[in-house]
Write a protein that binds this ligand. Structure first.
Ligand code: NDP
Length: 432
């Protein structure tokens, strides 16, 4: 805590993992002797840099960019870039720390990292976004590479931004190094199903949770927060599996759509026009409620897919009162620790993001495989691989929780299963 003053989200993420590791550290004293936990809490490298750019009126702005390279013991650093005004070192470190275990859980050869900038893309023109991305990459290019560090998207960084970033990397290095970024367009090295992967993966994981209790998503009512990349494709897959999604949101408020979200309209507003949920509500003739009350909407399954700490203890109590049975995190750490406790005490099945939202990074690793072999796979094949990976992650969390005396506790299962994979590789590779 002293070494990382003021990094609240990082402290929260580390505490959440450490609280669950006692059983494995007691059973395996060699991990304590090798100081695996202390080593893991310190990033291998962290970079902060200036990002100067000009807006459309010629005014100069200066933002701060970050890349935290946390652990490369299992493979090249891998994790997204976030462009949002709230970004600071503590947030990037929390995301990078989570990413180590998430990436391990996928079973693919990828390490953990994360980056971003305190840049607010909202309301910026395409030309401004391009100039910002070019300036950001002008520094970042020194630190990344297909065998070193492979960034992707996150909040505020989608296909458009990855395109501008990749273009600048290619221009500076004079190399068409496809594997340096993931989330690329499918005609220039991207993977089918990457756009859909995090949302689809979260719902496939939820379906596995239900299957383990002899249930299915068919006929269930879902509440989803957010309306970005993760939320939209979680809604799509949930609808394909027979569920009704009755709400989604953005930072202005949420919509209540009892008939079920009209996905075509949502995509047109959010992906094409880059509009707001209030506009969706107006065009759909549904109720728009300003503010953060999305968890007041009754549901069987809740999928928080917006941002960290968006689901509080009070929200959790409301959800439990309204009959929620299953919660899976599409976003990273959207549920506060107090809210997680409320769910666990009420017997609600709760899946943490490092397990439930790992489908995005897993499909990024599939994109890296395609790039390395100069191949491109079909949507159906890639989606089938994603489904197998999500089943594997679910089963390894489930069986690890049982093995360590906490059956049904996906937090314990995910943390220990991810930690053991990373810790064993660290032991094997010596003191580095
Ligand atoms: P997007 O930028 O596409 O969408 C983010 C959504 O969350 C928007 O609807 C946004 O609303 C909303 N949101 C952001 N901040 C807040 C806030 N403070 N309060 C309320 N709503 C907010 O991002 P993604 O969908 O890609 O990411 C969402 C979450 O999923 C993040 O936690 C991310 O780290 C995680 N994630 C993403 C992956 C991916 O592949 N994209 C992979 C794994 C995890 P508004 O437009 O008003 O800001």
């Amino acid at each position: 805590l002293r070494r990382n003053r003021g990094e609240h989200e990082f402290h929260q993420a580390v505490r959440e993992v450490l609280e669950t590791l006692d059983p494995v550290l007691e059973r395996r004293p060699e991990l304590v002797d090798a100081r695996i936990v202390e080593r893991l809490c310190e990033p291998e490298r962290q970079i902060a840099f200036r990002v100067p750019w000009t807006d459309d009126s010629g005014d100069i702005h200066v933002n701060r960019g970050f890349r935290v390279e946390f652990s490369s013991v299992l493979g090249p650093y891998k994790g997204g870039l976030r462009f949002h005004p709230s970004v600071n070192l503590g947030i990037v470190k929390f995301l990078g720390f989570e990413q180590i275990f998430k990436n391990a859980l996928t079973g693919m050869p990828i390490g953990g990292g994360k980056g971003g900038a305190d840049f607010d893309p909202k309301g910026r023109s395409d030309a401004e976004i391009m100039r910002f991305c070019q300036s950001f990459m002008t520094e970042l290019h020194r630190h990344i590479g297909e065998y070193t560090d492979v960034p992707a998207g996150d909040i505020g960084v989608g296909g458009r931004e990855i395109g501008y970033l990749f273009g600048q990397y290619r221009r500076i290095t004079n190399r068409h190094e496809s594997g340096v970024l993931t989330g690329k367009g499918v005609t220039w090295g991207g993977s089918q199903a990457r756009t859909e992967a995090t949302g689809y993966g979260c719902v496939l994981f939820t379906a596995e949770m239900l299957r383990s209790r002899g249930e299915s998503l068919d006929g269930q009512t879902l509440a989803v927060s957010g309306s970005g990349n993760v939320a939209i494709y979680a809604i799509e897959k949930a609808q394909q599996l027979g569920a009704t999604v009755v709400t989604c949101s953005d930072s202005d408020g949420y919509v209540v759509d009892e008939k079920g979200i009209d996905l075509a309209l949502l995509k047109e507003i959010k992906e094409v026009r880059r509009g707001r949920i209030s506009e969706y509500a107006e065009r759909r003739g549904a109720r728009f409620v300003p503010g953060t009350g999305v968890w007041n909407v009754p549901c069987d399954v809740a999928l928080p897919c917006a941002t960290q700490n968006e689901l509080t203890e009070e929200d959790a109590r409301t959800l439990v009162r309204n009959g929620v049975k299953t919660v899976a995190e599409g976003a990273n750490m959207p549920t506060t620790p107090e809210a997680v406790r409320v769910f666990q005490e009420a017997g609600v099945a709760f899946a943490p993001g490092k397990a439930a939202n790992a489908g995005g990074v897993a499909t990024s690793a599939l994109e890296m495989q395609q790039n390395a072999s100069r191949d491109s796979w079909t949507f159906a094949y890639t989606e089938e691989r994603l489904a197998r990976i999500m089943r594997h992650i679910h089963d390894s969390c489930y069986t690890t929780a049982e093995r360590y005396g906490a059956p049904g506790n996906y937090v314990v299962g995910a943390n220990i299963a991810g930690f053991e994979l990373v810790a064993d590789a660290m032991l094997a590779q010596g003191l580095i």
